[in-house]
Design a protein around this ligand. Sequence first.
Ligand code: R5P
Length: 296
Amino acid sequence: MKTEQIPALIYALSADPLAAALAAELEAEIGQLERRNFPDGEHYLRLLTDCRDRRVIICCHLNQPNSKLLEVLFLAAAAREQGATRIGLITPYLPYMRQDKAFLDGEVITSRYFAQILSQALDWLVTVDPHLHRYHSLNEIYTLQTRVVEAAPAIAHWIQQQIKQPLLIGPDSESEQWVSRVAKLAGAPYQILQKTRHGDYDVEISTLDTARFSQHTPILVDDIVSSGGTMLTTLQQLGAQGLPRATCIAVHGLFADRAYTQLSKQADVITCNTVLHPSNQIDLHPALAQATRDLL
Ligand code: R5P
C-alpha cells in the first residue's frame, strides 16, 4: 500500500478534544504514547503505535512551551528514527513570535532561534494567526513548509451570531491586521487605538472616538492576551468614557497569572480553541484540518 493510502498517525501531546476532532476530520489514527516524567522531572516517552512508513502529525498546544518543546523534539526524532515518512506539527498557538527585534543591546531574538529549532526537527507546521509584526510571513524565519490558519472568519461568524450592533476595537496598531479583517467579514465598523508599553504589566491606551458609536456594543479584538494588561487598560478606558460592558475576543488566550479572573470581572471573555481554556467558544478544528490536508 502507498504511504498516502495509509491513514496518517496523530500523536497528541495533551489530552484535549482537538486531536480527536482532527483525527476524525482527517480520517487519521490516534497514535498511542506513554508519557511521564522521571522523579527528577526529565521526560520519558515511548511510541506504542508503530510509525514505520507512516505520515506522522504531532499535535501540541505550545503555550507555556519550554518543557513541551522538548517533548515535541524527542518525539519527532524518535518517529524519524523509527521510519516515519513525513513529520509535521500542529500547534494552534505558535510561541516566541513577539521577540522579533533586539530593542536593547544584547537582547536575544528568540523568534529566530525557535524557528530554527522547529525547522530542523520537522517537515511542516500548521498554526493559527502567528504574531507577525515585523516579520511579514513565517517564511522569513521558518525553513520548513508552513500553513497559517486565519481565525478571522470564525470570529466574524461568532460576532454575527451573538452581538447586535458591534463596534470592533483594536487596542494597538499591531492588532489592525486582525481587527480590520474581522470587521470586514462581520460587516461591522472598527477603531484602532494607540498603545504605549512601559513594562510587562504597564501599558497606556489612547481614548476612543465615541461620538458615532454610542449605541454600539464594544468588542475588543486582539491576537493574544498574555498578562491581560492591554485588554484591562483598554476596558478601563472604555468604562471611563461611559461605554457599556464590552466583550473581549482573543485568538490566543494565554492568560498569565490572574489575567482571566481580572478580565472576566469587567467583560465577557471569548477565545478560539488554540490554547485550551474555559473561555474557548470559537472552534477552529475544521480550518486546521483543511490546512493540514494540504501538507499531508
Ligand atoms: C502584542 O503586540 C500583542 O498583539 C498583544 O497585544 C499582547 O501580547 C498582549 O499582551 P498583554 O496581555 O500582556 O498586554
